[in-house]
Design a protein around this ligand. Sequence first.
Ligand code: CMC
Length: 392
Amino acid sequence: TGDVTLDVGFVNTASCKSEITYIDGGEGILRYRGYPIEQLAAKSSFLETSYLLIYGELPTATQLEEFDQRIRRHTLLLEDMKGFFNGFPRDAHPMPVLSSAVSALGTFYQDSLDPFDPEAVEISTIRLMAKLPTIAAYAFRKSQGQPFLYPNNDYNLVENFLWMTFGQPTEDYQLDPVVAKALDLLFILHADHEQNCSTSTVRLVGSSEANLFSSISAGIHALSGPLHGGANSAVLTMLDQIKESGGDVKDFVSKVKNKEEGVKLMGFGHRVYKNYDPRAALVKQTAHEIFSKVGGGNPLLDLAMELEQTALEDDYFVERKLYPNVDFYTGLIYESMGFPSNMFTVLFAIGRLPGWIAQWREMINDPATKIGRPRQLYVGSPARDYVAADAR
Ligand code: CMC
């Protein structure tokens, strides 16, 4: 094994070449297909950004319209899928429900699973983009004991998701355009982030030539952990705990620095960013906008800002180049939109979906792709002889 290099956590190992997303962690730069995230956040839509990531170029007006229409036509789940949600306990966390449902889609569309058939990949792409918000909304409705609402295809992707999540069949639904716009923006900011844990999972599973649904389902599980997408709800739990124990931010920061019980400042730090995460800056701005427009201020936002300021001035964080990441402020926004905290990571998954699909498609079309198969350094026992049970 002399030619094997140990790189725990793949800190310094590139697993592929990619044309999709560029990050300069030192400078805090993020670009999708060359376009700066700030420009996409200001001018694009989630649908358009998804097209850009998946197909490589910004769409013409006609291409965008076609993409939109195709997605609107596929938002319904097959009726048989509805029974699927009832198989879970009422308090099931929506992330495993989401992942299981995506995996199950592969059983409903068995004629379009071939990863090397471009038409099959294309229809699977549209089905996933269209159905993930429906699945997410149904997982939420199930947890609330509320009826499932059919998609209303007068709405766009994000509006439809809000309708299926919060609408009531018996009342007129007033879609809040401020909320829809803010959610659209947050989805843009989450849409891709090169070879992070969940995306690498999608590629690794896909490298065995497993189908797109199976690969994305695995990615959703990878995203669920608190060190990855699960951080957005962990931040809110942390803020609640600080508030309940008297709101002493300095006391909490010293616990983090002393690594008491492994406590971390959730929503801070990043493997690649050693500078302010450009997404966090945009999210922070959105948090202020949404709180000033929807239902006034939020005391936890003030607490979060105080916590951020305290950490940014503290040597522990300065020396380690720890800055707020995308998850630091998102939970506060999602909460103000009415989502319970177990839905936050589901929202991340909806946003990240086009990135996962784009990366999977790039992987499957790259002639250099091989099955992912990391090596190891064996440090276990040398060869020894089996001992019968009565002689041990
Ligand atoms: N709070 C306190 N200390 C930290 C933190 C933190 N959030 N993050 C890193 N450190 C310390 C870490 O203890 C280590 O210190 P020392 O050198 O004394 O051992 C040093 O900084 C380097 O950290 P690391 O663990 O080697 O860094 P990593 O690249 O392996 O981990 C991370 C990156 C994001 C997992 C980590 O920063 C973390 O756990 N952050 C909190 C969870 C979080 O916010 N995750 C969301 C990430 S962004 C969105 C996403 O990916 O979903």
